[in-house]
Ligand binder design. Structure first.
Ligand code: ADP
Ligand code: MG
Length: 362
Protein backbone atom coordinates (compact mmCIF):
# COMPACT_ATOMS: atom_id res chain seq x y z
CA UNK A 1 0.00 0.00 0.00
CA UNK A 2 1.09 3.51 -0.78
CA UNK A 3 2.49 5.52 2.13
CA UNK A 4 0.51 8.71 2.53
CA UNK A 5 2.11 10.17 5.63
CA UNK A 6 5.63 9.55 6.78
CA UNK A 7 6.74 11.06 10.06
CA UNK A 8 10.44 11.05 10.80
CA UNK A 9 11.96 11.79 14.16
CA UNK A 10 9.50 14.49 15.11
CA UNK A 11 10.38 16.74 18.07
CA UNK A 12 8.43 19.71 19.37
CA UNK A 13 9.23 22.03 22.23
CA UNK A 14 7.15 24.87 23.59
CA UNK A 15 9.76 26.92 25.46
CA UNK A 16 11.30 24.48 27.92
CA UNK A 17 8.51 21.97 27.58
CA UNK A 18 9.39 18.97 25.45
CA UNK A 19 6.05 17.90 24.03
CA UNK A 20 7.10 15.55 21.23
CA UNK A 21 10.19 13.48 21.85
CA UNK A 22 10.96 11.66 18.64
CA UNK A 23 8.00 10.24 16.78
CA UNK A 24 8.47 7.98 13.79
CA UNK A 25 5.53 6.52 12.01
CA UNK A 26 3.94 5.85 8.66
CA UNK A 27 0.32 5.94 7.62
CA UNK A 28 -0.48 3.89 4.55
CA UNK A 29 -3.44 4.15 2.22
CA UNK A 30 -6.62 2.64 3.66
CA UNK A 31 -5.33 2.46 7.22
CA UNK A 32 -7.41 3.64 10.13
CA UNK A 33 -5.02 4.46 12.91
CA UNK A 34 -6.24 5.39 16.39
CA UNK A 35 -4.04 7.40 18.69
CA UNK A 36 -4.68 6.92 22.38
CA UNK A 37 -2.84 8.24 25.40
CA UNK A 38 -3.28 10.32 28.55
CA UNK A 39 -4.30 13.93 28.42
CA UNK A 40 -1.30 16.17 27.78
CA UNK A 41 0.87 13.46 26.19
CA UNK A 42 1.07 15.42 22.93
CA UNK A 43 -1.63 13.84 20.75
CA UNK A 44 -3.04 17.14 19.50
CA UNK A 45 0.38 18.65 18.97
CA UNK A 46 1.36 15.56 17.01
CA UNK A 47 -1.54 15.65 14.61
CA UNK A 48 -1.39 19.45 14.28
CA UNK A 49 2.15 18.97 12.98
CA UNK A 50 0.82 16.69 10.26
CA UNK A 51 -1.00 19.39 8.36
CA UNK A 52 1.31 22.22 9.23
CA UNK A 53 -0.84 23.87 11.92
CA UNK A 54 2.12 23.43 14.24
CA UNK A 55 5.74 23.57 13.18
CA UNK A 56 7.95 20.89 14.74
CA UNK A 57 11.24 21.88 16.37
CA UNK A 58 12.92 19.18 14.31
CA UNK A 59 12.03 16.17 12.22
CA UNK A 60 10.11 15.80 9.00
CA UNK A 61 6.56 15.18 7.89
CA UNK A 62 6.23 13.85 4.36
CA UNK A 63 2.90 13.87 2.55
CA UNK A 64 3.12 11.81 -0.62
CA UNK A 65 6.85 12.08 -0.27
CA UNK A 66 6.90 15.90 -0.01
CA UNK A 67 8.33 17.46 3.14
CA UNK A 68 5.56 19.82 4.22
CA UNK A 69 7.94 22.14 6.07
CA UNK A 70 10.41 22.60 3.23
CA UNK A 71 10.36 26.10 1.73
CA UNK A 72 9.07 24.77 -1.61
CA UNK A 73 6.06 23.02 -0.04
CA UNK A 74 2.67 24.39 -0.98
CA UNK A 75 0.94 24.39 2.40
CA UNK A 76 -2.61 25.11 1.17
CA UNK A 77 -2.32 22.22 -1.29
CA UNK A 78 -1.04 20.00 1.51
CA UNK A 79 -3.87 21.04 3.82
CA UNK A 80 -6.39 19.95 1.26
CA UNK A 81 -4.69 16.54 1.10
CA UNK A 82 -4.57 16.27 4.89
CA UNK A 83 -8.03 17.11 6.18
CA UNK A 84 -8.70 17.78 9.81
CA UNK A 85 -11.76 17.64 12.05
CA UNK A 86 -11.30 19.23 15.45
CA UNK A 87 -12.86 18.86 18.87
CA UNK A 88 -14.01 22.46 18.77
CA UNK A 89 -16.62 22.78 16.12
CA UNK A 90 -15.46 25.34 13.58
CA UNK A 91 -17.95 25.98 10.85
CA UNK A 92 -18.97 29.45 9.69
CA UNK A 93 -21.97 30.72 11.63
CA UNK A 94 -23.08 33.22 8.97
CA UNK A 95 -23.26 30.61 6.19
CA UNK A 96 -25.90 27.95 5.70
CA UNK A 97 -24.98 24.29 5.97
CA UNK A 98 -24.84 24.01 2.17
CA UNK A 99 -22.76 27.18 1.78
CA UNK A 100 -20.32 25.97 4.42
CA UNK A 101 -19.61 22.88 2.35
CA UNK A 102 -19.69 24.68 -1.02
CA UNK A 103 -17.12 27.25 0.04
CA UNK A 104 -14.07 25.02 -0.37
CA UNK A 105 -15.45 23.48 -3.54
CA UNK A 106 -15.76 26.92 -5.11
CA UNK A 107 -12.66 28.59 -3.69
CA UNK A 108 -10.18 25.76 -3.48
CA UNK A 109 -11.36 23.11 -5.92
CA UNK A 110 -12.52 25.92 -8.27
CA UNK A 111 -15.67 24.06 -9.25
CA UNK A 112 -18.39 25.83 -11.17
CA UNK A 113 -21.28 26.79 -8.90
CA UNK A 114 -23.71 24.19 -10.19
CA UNK A 115 -21.30 21.31 -9.75
CA UNK A 116 -20.20 22.57 -6.36
CA UNK A 117 -23.82 22.64 -5.31
CA UNK A 118 -24.42 19.07 -6.45
CA UNK A 119 -21.25 17.82 -4.78
CA UNK A 120 -22.06 19.59 -1.49
CA UNK A 121 -25.55 18.05 -1.50
CA UNK A 122 -24.04 14.60 -2.10
CA UNK A 123 -21.60 15.01 0.80
CA UNK A 124 -24.24 16.35 3.17
CA UNK A 125 -26.47 13.37 2.37
CA UNK A 126 -23.52 11.13 3.08
CA UNK A 127 -23.26 12.51 6.61
CA UNK A 128 -27.03 12.35 7.10
CA UNK A 129 -27.78 16.05 6.67
CA UNK A 130 -29.68 15.95 3.38
CA UNK A 131 -32.63 17.65 5.09
CA UNK A 132 -30.60 20.47 6.60
CA UNK A 133 -29.07 22.06 3.50
CA UNK A 134 -30.50 25.51 4.14
CA UNK A 135 -30.29 25.44 7.93
CA UNK A 136 -28.04 27.93 9.67
CA UNK A 137 -25.45 26.43 12.05
CA UNK A 138 -27.20 27.93 15.10
CA UNK A 139 -30.19 25.73 14.43
CA UNK A 140 -28.13 22.54 14.51
CA UNK A 141 -27.18 20.26 17.37
CA UNK A 142 -23.51 19.81 18.24
CA UNK A 143 -23.48 16.44 16.49
CA UNK A 144 -24.98 17.90 13.33
CA UNK A 145 -22.46 20.76 13.30
CA UNK A 146 -19.65 18.30 13.67
CA UNK A 147 -21.02 16.36 10.70
CA UNK A 148 -21.07 19.55 8.61
CA UNK A 149 -17.39 19.87 9.57
CA UNK A 150 -16.80 16.34 8.30
CA UNK A 151 -18.63 17.03 5.01
CA UNK A 152 -16.60 20.19 4.57
CA UNK A 153 -13.43 18.26 5.13
CA UNK A 154 -14.50 15.52 2.66
CA UNK A 155 -15.20 18.21 0.05
CA UNK A 156 -11.45 18.70 -0.27
CA UNK A 157 -11.03 15.01 -1.21
CA UNK A 158 -8.32 14.61 1.39
CA UNK A 159 -5.97 11.65 1.11
CA UNK A 160 -6.04 11.31 4.86
CA UNK A 161 -8.37 12.76 7.48
CA UNK A 162 -7.15 13.62 10.96
CA UNK A 163 -9.72 13.59 13.73
CA UNK A 164 -8.74 15.21 17.01
CA UNK A 165 -11.22 14.01 19.63
CA UNK A 166 -13.99 14.99 17.26
CA UNK A 167 -16.63 13.65 19.62
CA UNK A 168 -15.38 14.66 23.06
CA UNK A 169 -17.44 17.80 23.37
CA UNK A 170 -20.66 16.03 22.39
CA UNK A 171 -23.25 14.37 24.57
CA UNK A 172 -23.57 10.58 24.26
CA UNK A 173 -26.32 10.47 21.66
CA UNK A 174 -24.61 12.94 19.34
CA UNK A 175 -21.33 11.19 19.89
CA UNK A 176 -22.93 8.04 18.52
CA UNK A 177 -24.19 9.77 15.37
CA UNK A 178 -20.79 11.28 14.63
CA UNK A 179 -18.98 8.02 15.37
CA UNK A 180 -21.35 6.24 12.97
CA UNK A 181 -20.39 8.66 10.21
CA UNK A 182 -16.69 8.07 10.92
CA UNK A 183 -17.32 4.31 10.82
CA UNK A 184 -19.03 4.71 7.47
CA UNK A 185 -16.03 6.65 6.10
CA UNK A 186 -13.80 3.86 7.34
CA UNK A 187 -15.91 1.31 5.47
CA UNK A 188 -15.59 3.36 2.31
CA UNK A 189 -11.84 3.06 2.57
CA UNK A 190 -10.87 6.57 3.69
CA UNK A 191 -7.48 6.74 5.33
CA UNK A 192 -7.78 8.20 8.81
CA UNK A 193 -5.80 9.06 11.89
CA UNK A 194 -8.14 9.34 14.84
CA UNK A 195 -7.26 10.68 18.28
CA UNK A 196 -9.94 9.23 20.51
CA UNK A 197 -10.92 8.16 24.01
CA UNK A 198 -13.63 5.89 22.68
CA UNK A 199 -12.13 2.48 23.30
CA UNK A 200 -14.87 0.49 21.68
CA UNK A 201 -14.70 2.64 18.60
CA UNK A 202 -10.91 2.35 18.45
CA UNK A 203 -11.20 -1.41 18.77
CA UNK A 204 -13.94 -1.88 16.18
CA UNK A 205 -12.74 0.51 13.55
CA UNK A 206 -8.95 0.79 13.66
CA UNK A 207 -6.52 -1.26 11.72
CA UNK A 208 -3.77 -0.08 14.05
CA UNK A 209 -3.58 1.60 17.45
CA UNK A 210 -0.76 3.87 18.64
CA UNK A 211 -0.35 4.43 22.35
CA UNK A 212 1.40 7.71 23.14
CA UNK A 213 3.01 8.70 26.40
CA UNK A 214 5.05 11.83 27.06
CA UNK A 215 5.52 12.65 23.41
CA UNK A 216 6.57 9.19 22.26
CA UNK A 217 4.83 6.26 20.69
CA UNK A 218 5.32 3.69 23.40
CA UNK A 219 3.46 0.83 21.80
CA UNK A 220 1.63 0.11 18.58
CA UNK A 221 -0.19 -2.83 17.08
CA UNK A 222 -3.58 -4.19 16.16
CA UNK A 223 -6.40 -3.26 18.56
CA UNK A 224 -6.23 -6.79 20.02
CA UNK A 225 -2.50 -6.47 20.65
CA UNK A 226 -2.71 -3.08 22.29
CA UNK A 227 -5.94 -3.53 24.26
CA UNK A 228 -5.83 -7.22 25.17
CA UNK A 229 -2.14 -8.04 25.25
CA UNK A 230 -0.23 -4.83 25.87
CA UNK A 231 3.49 -5.49 26.11
CA UNK A 232 4.44 -2.36 28.04
CA UNK A 233 3.33 -1.69 31.58
CA UNK A 234 2.53 1.93 30.67
CA UNK A 235 0.06 0.76 28.05
CA UNK A 236 -1.51 -1.76 30.41
CA UNK A 237 -1.97 0.85 33.11
CA UNK A 238 -3.53 3.28 30.68
CA UNK A 239 -5.95 0.76 29.19
CA UNK A 240 -7.01 -0.56 32.63
CA UNK A 241 -7.45 2.92 33.91
CA UNK A 242 -9.78 3.88 31.08
CA UNK A 243 -12.03 0.99 31.91
CA UNK A 244 -12.19 1.75 35.60
CA UNK A 245 -13.25 4.56 37.82
CA UNK A 246 -11.92 4.76 41.35
CA UNK A 247 -13.35 7.29 43.76
CA UNK A 248 -13.03 7.72 47.50
CA UNK A 249 -15.50 9.37 49.82
CA UNK A 250 -14.08 10.82 53.02
CA UNK A 251 -17.04 12.46 54.64
CA UNK A 252 -20.79 12.78 54.73
CA UNK A 253 -20.45 15.95 52.67
CA UNK A 254 -18.79 14.36 49.68
CA UNK A 255 -18.95 16.18 46.38
CA UNK A 256 -21.79 14.48 44.54
CA UNK A 257 -21.32 16.68 41.48
CA UNK A 258 -17.70 15.71 41.11
CA UNK A 259 -18.60 12.06 41.54
CA UNK A 260 -21.34 12.29 38.92
CA UNK A 261 -19.00 14.08 36.52
CA UNK A 262 -16.49 11.25 36.98
CA UNK A 263 -19.21 8.70 36.30
CA UNK A 264 -20.29 10.55 33.20
CA UNK A 265 -16.75 10.70 31.87
CA UNK A 266 -16.30 7.00 32.65
CA UNK A 267 -19.43 6.21 30.62
CA UNK A 268 -18.30 8.42 27.78
CA UNK A 269 -14.90 6.85 27.43
CA UNK A 270 -16.47 3.39 27.49
CA UNK A 271 -19.22 4.45 25.08
CA UNK A 272 -21.92 3.43 27.54
CA UNK A 273 -24.46 5.91 26.18
CA UNK A 274 -27.45 6.54 28.40
CA UNK A 275 -26.39 4.04 31.02
CA UNK A 276 -24.64 6.75 32.96
CA UNK A 277 -27.95 7.87 34.39
CA UNK A 278 -28.54 4.48 35.98
CA UNK A 279 -24.96 4.26 37.20
CA UNK A 280 -25.29 7.63 38.88
CA UNK A 281 -28.49 6.43 40.51
CA UNK A 282 -27.03 3.13 41.68
CA UNK A 283 -24.08 4.86 43.30
CA UNK A 284 -26.22 7.56 44.85
CA UNK A 285 -28.78 5.11 46.25
CA UNK A 286 -26.04 2.88 47.59
CA UNK A 287 -24.33 5.82 49.26
CA UNK A 288 -27.61 6.89 50.81
CA UNK A 289 -27.84 3.44 52.35
CA UNK A 290 -24.29 3.71 53.66
CA UNK A 291 -24.90 6.96 55.48
CA UNK A 292 -24.43 8.13 58.19
CA UNK A 293 -20.74 8.15 57.40
CA UNK A 294 -18.64 5.80 59.52
CA UNK A 295 -15.39 5.62 57.60
CA UNK A 296 -13.94 6.06 54.12
CA UNK A 297 -15.95 4.55 51.30
CA UNK A 298 -14.06 3.29 48.26
CA UNK A 299 -15.94 3.05 44.99
CA UNK A 300 -14.61 1.13 42.04
CA UNK A 301 -16.58 0.92 38.81
CA UNK A 302 -15.29 -1.29 36.05
CA UNK A 303 -16.45 -1.87 32.51
CA UNK A 304 -15.61 -5.16 30.81
CA UNK A 305 -14.40 -4.12 27.45
CA UNK A 306 -15.95 -6.71 25.16
CA UNK A 307 -19.27 -7.32 26.87
CA UNK A 308 -19.62 -3.76 28.23
CA UNK A 309 -20.83 -5.25 31.53
CA UNK A 310 -20.46 -2.77 34.34
CA UNK A 311 -19.67 -3.83 37.87
CA UNK A 312 -19.63 -1.55 40.88
CA UNK A 313 -17.80 -2.40 44.05
CA UNK A 314 -18.12 -0.31 47.18
CA UNK A 315 -16.14 -0.87 50.35
CA UNK A 316 -17.10 0.84 53.53
CA UNK A 317 -14.59 0.92 56.36
CA UNK A 318 -15.64 0.84 60.02
CA UNK A 319 -18.96 -0.48 58.93
CA UNK A 320 -21.76 -0.22 61.44
CA UNK A 321 -25.05 -0.09 59.61
CA UNK A 322 -27.33 -2.24 57.61
CA UNK A 323 -27.04 -2.52 53.92
CA UNK A 324 -28.74 -4.28 51.09
CA UNK A 325 -30.52 -7.58 51.66
CA UNK A 326 -32.06 -6.54 55.01
CA UNK A 327 -35.82 -6.61 55.01
CA UNK A 328 -37.72 -3.64 56.21
CA UNK A 329 -35.00 -1.02 55.92
CA UNK A 330 -35.19 1.69 53.33
CA UNK A 331 -37.44 -0.41 51.12
CA UNK A 332 -37.56 2.20 48.40
CA UNK A 333 -33.81 2.56 48.01
CA UNK A 334 -33.51 -1.18 47.93
CA UNK A 335 -36.20 -1.54 45.31
CA UNK A 336 -34.57 1.11 43.18
CA UNK A 337 -31.24 -0.65 43.50
CA UNK A 338 -32.71 -4.03 42.66
CA UNK A 339 -34.40 -2.55 39.62
CA UNK A 340 -31.14 -1.13 38.36
CA UNK A 341 -28.88 -4.06 39.16
CA UNK A 342 -28.59 -7.51 37.70
CA UNK A 343 -27.20 -8.74 41.02
CA UNK A 344 -26.26 -7.35 44.41
CA UNK A 345 -23.94 -9.22 46.74
CA UNK A 346 -22.61 -8.21 50.09
CA UNK A 347 -19.94 -9.53 52.34
CA UNK A 348 -18.32 -8.47 55.58
CA UNK A 349 -14.55 -8.68 56.15
CA UNK A 350 -13.81 -7.63 59.72
CA UNK A 351 -15.22 -4.14 59.98
CA UNK A 352 -15.22 -3.62 56.23
CA UNK A 353 -18.40 -4.17 54.34
CA UNK A 354 -18.10 -4.96 50.65
CA UNK A 355 -21.01 -4.61 48.26
CA UNK A 356 -20.76 -5.76 44.66
CA UNK A 357 -23.34 -4.90 42.06
CA UNK A 358 -23.72 -5.65 38.38
CA UNK A 359 -25.53 -2.87 36.57
CA UNK A 360 -28.39 -3.99 34.41
CA UNK A 361 -27.72 -3.42 30.73
CA UNK A 362 -30.26 -1.52 28.64
P1 ADP B 1 -3.02 16.03 24.29
O1 ADP B 1 -3.73 16.37 23.03
O2 ADP B 1 -2.44 14.65 24.31
O3 ADP B 1 -3.87 16.25 25.50
P2 ADP B 1 -1.43 18.38 23.70
O4 ADP B 1 -0.69 18.09 22.45
O5 ADP B 1 -2.64 19.23 23.61
O6 ADP B 1 -1.76 17.01 24.43
O7 ADP B 1 -0.46 19.06 24.74
C1 ADP B 1 0.77 18.49 25.13
C2 ADP B 1 1.51 19.46 26.00
O8 ADP B 1 1.92 20.57 25.24
C3 ADP B 1 0.71 20.00 27.15
O9 ADP B 1 1.53 20.06 28.28
C4 ADP B 1 0.33 21.39 26.69
O10 ADP B 1 0.18 22.24 27.79
C5 ADP B 1 1.50 21.77 25.84
N1 ADP B 1 1.12 22.71 24.77
C6 ADP B 1 0.31 22.44 23.74
N2 ADP B 1 0.18 23.51 22.92
C7 ADP B 1 0.93 24.49 23.47
C8 ADP B 1 1.24 25.84 23.10
N3 ADP B 1 0.71 26.39 21.99
N4 ADP B 1 2.06 26.53 23.90
C9 ADP B 1 2.59 25.98 25.00
N5 ADP B 1 2.35 24.72 25.40
C10 ADP B 1 1.54 23.97 24.66
MG1 MG C 1 -5.72 16.95 22.64
Amino acid sequence: MKTILKIESLYKQFGDVHVLNGIDCEIREGEIVSVIGPSGCGKSTFIRCLNGLERPTSGRVLVDGVDIFSPEADLPAIRSKVGMVFQEINIFGHLSVLENVMLGLLKIRKMPRKEANAEAVRLLRLVGLGEKLDAMPDALSGGQKQRVGIARCLAMQPEVILFDEATSSLDPRMKTEVLSVIRELAKQGHTMLVVTHELKFARDVSTRVLFMHEGRIVEEGSPEQVFDHPQKSLTRAFVDNLRSLVFQIDSQDYDLYQLNAEIEWFCQRNTLGRRYVSLELIVEEMLTKMMPFTGPIHICIHCKEMSQEVSIEMEQEQFSGQIVGREGTDEISLMILQGLCESIEEEQRGTTRVVRMEARSE
